[in-house]
Design a binder for this molecule. Structure first.
Ligand code: 13P
Length: 336
């Protein structure tokens, strides 16, 4: 696949309902996922699991990009093919998580994502290995006096700085300002916090002269806090998320690919489908799910070779369901 601009890369990833498989769990996060199925998190097991995902039939036509962790982008499959080549042969583009995780801001509950130091050199290596796009995740909490304006500004400025450095290295930046679902806040609290983040983020991107046509936004959906007993329904989540995005996201951004953030796999698909059924926006509205794409595959696999095909079928199914949702063509009856 040959691309002559960042905008072509970004548009390809979200073309025809395609979305992104987020498989960039750091080793500690991958260990948490493997613990849940009683599998040891060794380098080989992580490779075997990710290789089986990337070789799934349902990658083709449904997954336009895969986000990798540093270890994975350097790994080879059991037969010696690089995982980057496995992904590319499925018609999907390899991407790489480049942030270095979170650091608490002073003694507060809030954090600032780290990783700008040495980023330019690291990007040059990832580009040589074959990465076409990158990801940086900022985390914003809702709670008493949170999010603070300081936390929002610092994180959105870092996202814009990162995006500029990535574009200078000829890759597409995904900017991920994740407002966490954790807490008992209302959907309106989430709407307000997400609005403040997106408003600041796009002002910072403009200020740094980041090319919006060569950028992908990876936001949270606007939902009730996960501990709130009064959960907003699918229609309300869909409408409030669209209203929020339309207020701040420029029309020339090629793609909005949501994170799943702890939503169940079916909820994540149903919300995406509902938004695309409502329509009325210029960007492609698609997915960049980690847990909501992988959970059924992980459960089917259980670390056993003989379960590989079942695990691949599970991933393929979720990939197809989310592609249909990105086109507003999903229905719950397709899940049986
Ligand atoms: P989830 O879909 O599991 O939230 O993961 C997406 C991701 O990449 C978070 O940074």
């Amino acid at each position: 696949m040959n691309f002559s601009s960042l905008s072509e890369i970004a548009s390809y990833i979200v073309s025809d309902g395609k979305g992104i498989l987020a498989a960039d769990e750091s080793n500690p996060t991958c260990t948490k996922r493997f613990d849940s199925i009683g599998v040891e998190s060794t380098e080989d097991n992580r490779r075997d699991y990710r290789e089986l995902l990337f070789r799934s039939e349902g990658m083709k036509g449904n997954i336009g990009g895969v986000i990798l962790f540093d270890e994975t982008i350097r790994q080879t499959a059991a037969d010696g093919t690089s995982l980057v080549d496995v992904i590319t042969s499925q018609g999907s583009l390899p991407g790489i998580k480049v942030d270095k995780g979170l650091q608490k801001i002073g003694s507060t509950e809030e954090s600032l994502t780290q990783g700008l130091e040495g980023l330019d050199e690291r990007l040059k290596e990832y580009f040589e290995i074959g990465a076409k796009f990158t990801k940086w995740r900022a985390v914003i909490n809702i709670g008493k006096d949170m999010p603070s304006s300081e936390a929002i500004s610092a994180n959105m400025e870092a996202l814009a700085e990162y995006a500029k450095i990535v574009q200078n290295n000829n890759m597409v930046p995904m900017v991920e300002p994740e407002v966490l679902m954790d807490g008992n806040h209302s959907i309106d609290d989430c709407f307000e916090a997400t609005s403040r983040c997106l408003d600041t983020l796009f002002a910072c991107l403009l200020d740094k002269e980041v090319d919006i046509k060569g950028t992908i936004l990876k936001p949270n959906m606007v939902t009730s806090g996960s501990n709130n007993s009064d959960q907003a329904n699918v229609e309300e989540v869909a409408q409030k998320t669209i209203d929020c995005l339309k207020a701040y996201v420029p029309d020339d951004l090629p793609g909005v690919t949501f994170l799943s953030g702890g939503q169940s796999d079916i909820d994540a698909t149903a919300h995406l489908d509902a938004m695309n059924k409502i329509g009325g926006f210029n960007w492609k509205l698609s997915f960049s799910y980690g847990r909501a794409l992988q959970q059924p595959a992980l459960k089917a696999w259980m670390g056993k070779k003989e379960n590989a095909i079942l695990a691949q079928q599970a991933l393929s199914h979720r990939a197809l369901m989310n592609k249909l949702a990105s086109e507003g063509k999903w229905d719950i009856s397709l899940e049986n």
